[in-house]
Design a protein around this ligand. Structure first.
Ligand SMILES: Cc1cc2nc3c(=O)[nH]c(=O)nc-3n(C[C@H](O)[C@H](O)[C@H](O)COP(=O)(O)OP(=O)(O)OC[C@H]3O[C@@H](n4cnc5c(N)ncnc54)[C@H](O)[C@@H]3O)c2cc1C
Length: 351
């Protein structure tokens, strides 16, 4: 028989306020925005929990972003994220204070931490949610997430265990508005942590500089999608982009596959663009991609599947294999250069 907890003992919505090097991560502010809506619907308080070394300034910021209460865990051993230390402190706090819902960002840290905490406190966790709602009847949280590569939206409920835990995809929820006039209660957690509790030692944190891609300023964007089939496909996309003086864009599928950096991603969780010319190569035209580019002046789609939804928004469509079509386009553009050059020369000699 599974042990059913006394659910009524669990109260309030908690947001895990992930911080790195003393800066609150944007996803935590998105979660405070979403958490506020959920807390208001249930009629409970919105709380943030922040862990680190000297986090006092952050607690004020979290109140400004909407937290009614902030639980602060300050300890030398929490300076850098480690699964052991963070799991222990958060699990201890859950055991003691008993939150009803906990939201964490689906960042690398959140994805590492949430399952550990959920297992430790023996509750349910839904990963990478994109929609959170409260069931009007029983006030439980309905956690919706894309499954099977985004082909199915699954709504998941955690009926008998508490807290109800979700990690939430960054960039999906609206950020909370900052209001420095807000007041809230800061509660210092009594951190019980010793060196032996932490089995990992962080030697160094290396920050890699992301590529600077100015998608928003570009007049021409040539984007590649999963239809490229491999990372090297972007070499071809780059050739066409260079020919047109444009920049390389991408669908999320290629970013997820590790073929290209996120800074190239166009769409709902990437950059929203409005160039004069957008060429989509091997992109199906999922709603989340269209959300980021359908305002472009002229859209050209190249896709093997003549029924792909990208053709619904395209001004010009070419149904064909991009590995045939794109080289032809590049050749044609070379010819245009030649033609323009030839015309210029003819004009010059005629003068
Ligand atoms: C909350 C949320 C946020 C999201 N945010 C974004 C976002 O910001 N941006 C984004 O892009 N997606 C986003 N997505 C993902 C989105 O739903 C799609 O999964 C993604 O856009 C699909 O990428 P794709 O078109 O490259 O791949 P697919 O949908 O797999 O399409 C590949 C296409 O290539 C064609 N093709 C295959 N081979 C060839 C070839 N040789 N020549 C020509 N065509 C070929 C196929 O016919 C197909 O149409 C998000 C999803 C969710 C749930």
């Amino acid at each position: 028989m599974p042990i059913v907890k006394d659910l009524t003992a669990y109260k309030n919505v908690w947001v895990f306020a992930e911080q790195r090097q003393g800066k609150i991560m944007p996803v935590a502010i998105e979660l405070l925005g979403e958490g506020r809506k959920l807390a208001d619907e249930i009629g409970t308080e919105l709380c943030a929990i922040v862990l680190g070394n000297k986090v006092e300034d952050l607690t004020k910021e979290l109140v400004a972003y909407g937290a009614d209460k902030v639980y602060a865990a300050d300890h030398e051993l929490l300076e850098k994220f480690t699964t052991d230390a963070y799991t222990k402190v958060i699990s201890d706090a859950i055991g003691e204070i008993k939150p009803e819902i906990i939201l964490m960002g689906a960042t690398h840290i959140g994805r590492d931490l949430a399952p550990r905490v959920a297992a430790r406190v023996d509750t349910g966790l839904t990963a990478d949610c994109t929609i959170l709602e409260i069931d009007a009847e029983d006030k439980k949280i309905l956690q919706t997430r894309p499954a099977f590569g985004g082909n199915v939206m699954a709504t998941i409920v955690c009926p008998d265990h508490r807290p109800q835990m979700s990690t939430v995809r960054p960039g999906v929820m609206d950020k909370a508005q900052r209001d420095d006039a807000r007041t809230g209660e800061i509660i210092k957690l009594d951190v019980k942590l010793e060196k032996k509790d932490v089995r990992t030692e962080v030697l160094e944190i290396v920050k890699t500089v992301g590529e600077l891609v100015s998608l928003t300023d570009a007049n021409v964007i040539v984007s590649g999608g999963r239809g490229l089939g491999k990372a090297e496909g972007f070499d071809l996309i780059k050739q066409l982009a260079d020919k047109l003086g444009g920049v390389v864009g991408s669908s999320r599928a290629c970013v997820d596959a590790g073929w290209i950096d996120h800074s190239h991603q166009v769409g709902q969780t990437g950059t929203t663009v409005k160039p004069n010319l957008y060429i989509a190569c091997g992109i199906s035209g999922a709603i989340q991609h269209l959300a980021g580019m359908q305002e472009s002046d002229i859209i050209v789609a190249i896709n093997k599947n003549a029924n792909a939804p990208i053709f619904d928004v395209a001004d010009y469509g070419i149904a064909g294999d991009l590995y045939d079509v794109v080289p032809m386009l590049i050749d044609a553009l070379d010819n245009v250069d030649n033609i323009v050059e030839a015309l210029k020369q003819t004009a010059a000699t005629a003068e």
